[in-house]
Every structure is written in C-alpha cells, then in structure tokens.
Design a protein around this ligand. Structure first.
Ligand SMILES: [Zn+2]
Length: 168
C-alpha cells in the first residue's frame, strides 16, 4: 500500500514528475475518524515542476467523496471533494516568508521528505466543513408549515439552532 509513501518534493520538481494514484480512506485514520463511513478512496494527482521564477511548484489535485454526518438531521451526507492546491516546498522560515502568496508553503524536513498521506490528510481537513449539512432542508420538512403564517412569524426552532451553530 502506498500510504507510507515518502515524497521528495525538490527532487520531484527537478525531475518534472507527475504522480497519480489512490489512497484508501481507511488508511487515513485521522480523517476516517470524522467520517460516517471510511469506504472509498482519495484520488490524487501531483504535478511537480519549477515555475518561471524558478520556484519549486507542486500542483496537487485531490478528489474524493466523503461520507459525513449532517449536523442538522444526523443522517449521512456525501461530500464531494475536488480541490487543487499549489504548494512549494520550503526548508526554512526565511524561505517560507519569501514565497509568493500564490503558494502554500510545504515545510519539508532536512531529509527533504514528506509523507504523501500527510499531504492528503491536510487537503481533506481543509475541504471538510466544520458543520456539514445537507443543502436541502432535511429536517424542516417534518414539521414546518407549508405556507408561512405571518401571525406566528417567529423564527423556527431550527433557524435558532442554525444561528447558534454558526457561532465561531
Ligand atoms: Zn441533513
């Protein structure tokens, strides 16, 4: 299994490498712990090169379908992930500060290695909403009136709940 695969970003960029593959969600325990099911896989596509300014560049595309739990109705919710991040490997704080804002710094150890799974976990964490919810009104349909009654125009308990949950 590729889950412990070590990448050497600087070397990959020098070689102009492109990597493509899949890691099972079950092999990413940090992420799997917040999923309602760890079935499925994360697909990654990593293109490594140098940009016009000779900056090492990794374009990482991560796609997955995560099974989350809707925080409104507590039913499973499929959350599609398809994100692209531009990373640039840095070894020092100084190098990180000089990095153009278009890049996310990718701190690499002295050995120059990073773990592929760490990269994927970080991307997935960014993609997972803090309060995943169905886009449809998954619970209000149970007892909300079909037509809004202006007399009892007070906020529904769910609206209040929603506000509370939107608190940082
Ligand atoms: Zn829901």
């Amino acid at each position: 299994m590729p889950e412990e695969k070590c990448l050497y970003p600087f070397k990959l960029c020098q070689q102009g490498t492109r990597l493509h593959g899949q890691v099972m969600l079950a092999d990413l325990p940090d992420v799997a712990s917040v999923l309602s099911s760890d079935h499925g896989a994360v697909t990654y596509d990593l293109t490594c090169d140098y940009d016009d300014q000779d900056i090492a560049r990794l374009r990482l595309q991560v796609t997955a379908e995560l099974s989350l739990l809707c925080q409104r109705c507590l039913q499973p919710l499929i959350w599609p992930v398809d994100c692209v991040t531009l990373l640039s490997p840095v070894r020092t704080d100084a190098a990180e500060q000089q990095l153009p804002t278009a890049y996310e710094p990718l701190r690499v150890a002295e050995t120059g290695a990073v773990r592929l799974t760490d990269l994927l976990v970080e991307e997935l964490w960014l993609a997972i909403p803090q309060l995943p919810r169905h886009t449809t009104a998954c619970v209000t349909q149970v007892d909300a009136p079909a037509v809004e009654d202006p007399v009892s125009a007070k906020p529904s308990p769910f609206a209040v709940l929603r506000e509370l949950r939107c608190e940082p």
